[in-house]
Write a protein that binds this ligand. Structure first.
Ligand code: SF4
Ligand code: SF4
Length: 73
């Protein structure tokens, strides 16, 4: 478990995980209520980053107010 795992999925996608920052790639991701959104392909089915400890620098440096929870949100 890392700090970003606790971030609500809708916030996460809106804030920082709507696409893979190094390539811009995105895939479809289902939110509750059958709402389909674009998301980074590295989000797993539970909405967690599957490469968290190897994620790109742009992800590590992403600032979100309040959280960026371990300092490298
Ligand atoms: S690599 Fe991980 S932290 Fe970066 S945008 Fe994708 S899911 Fe989010
Ligand atoms: S960086 Fe901030 S908005 Fe992005 S997943 Fe982590 S806590 Fe959520």
């Amino acid at each position: 478990m890392n700090a970003c795992d606790e971030c609500p999925i809708a916030d996460k996608i809106h804030e920082c995980c709507g696409r893979f920052p190094d390539s811009g790639e995105s895939v479809g991701f289902m939110l509750e209520g059958n709402v389909r959104v674009a998301a980074c392909p590295h989000l797993d089915g539970g909405g967690r980053c599957s490469i968290y400890y190897q994620r790109p620098l742009k992800c590590q440096m992403h600032y979100c107010d309040g959280v960026n929870r371990d300092g490298f949100g």
